[in-house]
Structures are given as C-alpha cells and as structure tokens.
Design a protein around this ligand. Structure first.
Ligand code: GLU
Length: 294
C-alpha cells in the first residue's frame, strides 16, 4: 500500500487515454488534473495509450492526442507506453490467476447470463460447454472500498453488483480492468487521477491488485464534463478537439471547472507553472459530473 505518510515514495501519475477519438475538453480535464497533481508533488507524469480494443480505435487518434498534449504544454516525462505491446505481461498475470484458482475459463454466453441480468456468479451454466471461453476473475463475497481523495469513501459489493468479471474476452481481447491494473503496477504509478465515470471500476481494480499482490495506488476521481443533455462529453461522439494554436482559453476554463484560482501569467509555460504552484486538490468539486454551459 502507498501511504500518505511515506515521504520517500516518489510520486508517479499518469494519463491513460483510449485512442477512440481526438482529445476533447472532457479528456483534457482529466489530463490537466493529473498533470497538475504530479507537478505539485514534483513527481513524474506518464502517458499510456490504452489501445487494447482495435474495433474502437480511430486511426491517427493516438498521435493526435499526443500532439494535443504537447500543444497544451503537457508532454509526458517518460516514453509513451502502448497497451497493444503489452500482451505478454497480461498473459503472465492471467496465467498466475488461473494457476492459483483465482480466475477461471468461462464458456457462458451473454444469453446464458440473462437469468441473472448479465451478472456471472458462482459455477458456469453454459448452454454450450465447447464454446471458446472467456477468462473471468472469481469475485469473493464482501465489500471493497477505498477513500477517494476527491469523492470520499466509495464502496461496492462486487459479488452482488458486478459478479465474476471478464479479464480476457472470448474473442481474445484483454479487458480494460486487467490491462490497467497490470500497467499501473508495471509503471509504478503511485497516484491515479482520472474521470469520475471510472470510479465504479476502482473496486474491481483494487480486488485484482490484491489477487496479484500488487500495490494499490491512491485514487482521485475528478468530475466529468456533461453536455446540455447531461451526457458525458465523449471523444467518439465527435466533440470538438482541443489545444489548437492557443490553448490558454481552454485551460483557463478547465481550471475553473476544477475549482482552482485563475493564474495571471500570460505565456503557456508560466500559466501552467503558476497553476501547478497554486493547485489544491481539495478545491476540486466533490461531484461526479459538471455541466458545461454554452
Ligand atoms: N482508458 C480509459 C479512458 O480513456 C481511462 C483509463 C484510466 O484512466 O484508468 O477512459
């Protein structure tokens, strides 16, 4: 466990976008918050492209996201990782979980799980035992909780609410939950700052960390930006890309959403340095979503 009282632990944060579209205001908010937190701790800030789902990937999106971060004055401190190159690490984690009986091969189809509303609990009841199996984590009874640095205590009864969840799909794709846990540990991430739409993935990730004997980072979930219909701004929905020739107006606006005072500085570099100097995670609104007016 990473402890607040461990001053030796070097802060390592990350931004982990899925390349399903260009960087939009909502994802830039998560990037900015995690970058400011890392800078305020004099830590390192990493970028990891979560390209494990080829059907969702948009060609050129990864390069575009990286160029936008650069244009916004937030280049990563270390070489970028690509999850598409990490299959051996995910396979090693799966092999360990299977060998220890913590994960299992599951031939159940979606329709087999209909009676339990899509939730897999306990023994498999496949209509076809020969179907190519997925790999699921065996989820034990009990609540898993953590104290989020922005949202406060968050708890889930994973067995009841989520069930035995998928780590590798029958079609061979690795699940986000597995890849993110393996890579956060492999990159020695101490602090995850990301959008609050992912808060209910966190107990699954903590359980998986425990199963694999990996440390649990600290978590802070920032509010997600909502459009006029109360929906999350989404890159795949074609929301306008950000960080053009002059990213300052957008960054100013985002700092306002994050409850931070507005820096006076004029140049991008000075602006970001001032924002990092006065960054207070405690001022970020304790909300899951924030409407973006206009
Ligand atoms: N790849 C995820 C996304 O773009 C974020 C993963 C994370 O920050 O844990 O929504």
């Amino acid at each position: 466990m990473i402890r607040e009282d461990n001053p030796v632990e070097a802060y390592r944060g990350r931004f982990a976008p899925t390349p399903s579209g260009r960087l939009h205001l909502g994802s830039l908010l998560a990037a900015l918050a995690s970058w400011l937190e890392a800078r305020a701790h004099r830590g390192r800030w990493l970028v990891r492209i979560e390209d494990i789902d080829p059907p969702r990937e948009v060609p050129g999106a990864a390069a575009d996201i990286l160029a936008s971060l650069q244009a916004c004055g937030m280049p990563p401190d270390e070489p970028v990782w690509y999850q598409s190159q990490r299959a051996p690490a995910y396979e090693a984690a799966l092999a360990e979980l299977l060998a220890r009986g913590l994960a299992f091969r599951c031939p159940c189809s979606r329709s087999d799980l209909e009676p339990s509303a899509g939730v897999h609990r306990g023994p498999c009841r496949p209509s076809d035992r020969d179907r190519t199996p997925a790999i699921r984590l065996r989820v034990p009874a009990g609540r898993i909780g953590f104290v989020d640095r922005i949202q406060g205590l968050f708890e889930q009864d994973l067995a009841a609410e989520v069930g035995d969840f998928v780590l590798k799909r029958a079609d061979g794709l690795y699940a986000y939950q597995l890849a993110v846990v393996v890579d956060d540990a492999a990159q020695a991430i101490t602090d995850v700052v990301r959008g609050a739409d992912l808060i209910d993935s966190t107990p699954r990730q903590i359980l998986l960390q425990r199963c694999l004997g990996l440390p649990t980072p600290r978590y802070a979930h920032v509010p997600v930006l909502l459009d006029g219909d109360g929906r999350k701004l989404a890159k795949s929905a074609g929301d306008a890309a950000v960080c053009g020739a002059d990213p300052l107006p957008e960054l100013r606006r985002l700092l306002g959403f994050l409850g931070q005072p507005e820096p006076g500085a004029g140049s991008l570099e000075a602006f970001l340095a001032e924002a990092a100097g006065q960054w207070e995670i405690g001022s970020v609104p304790r909300r899951r979503g924030l409407p973006v007016a206009g």
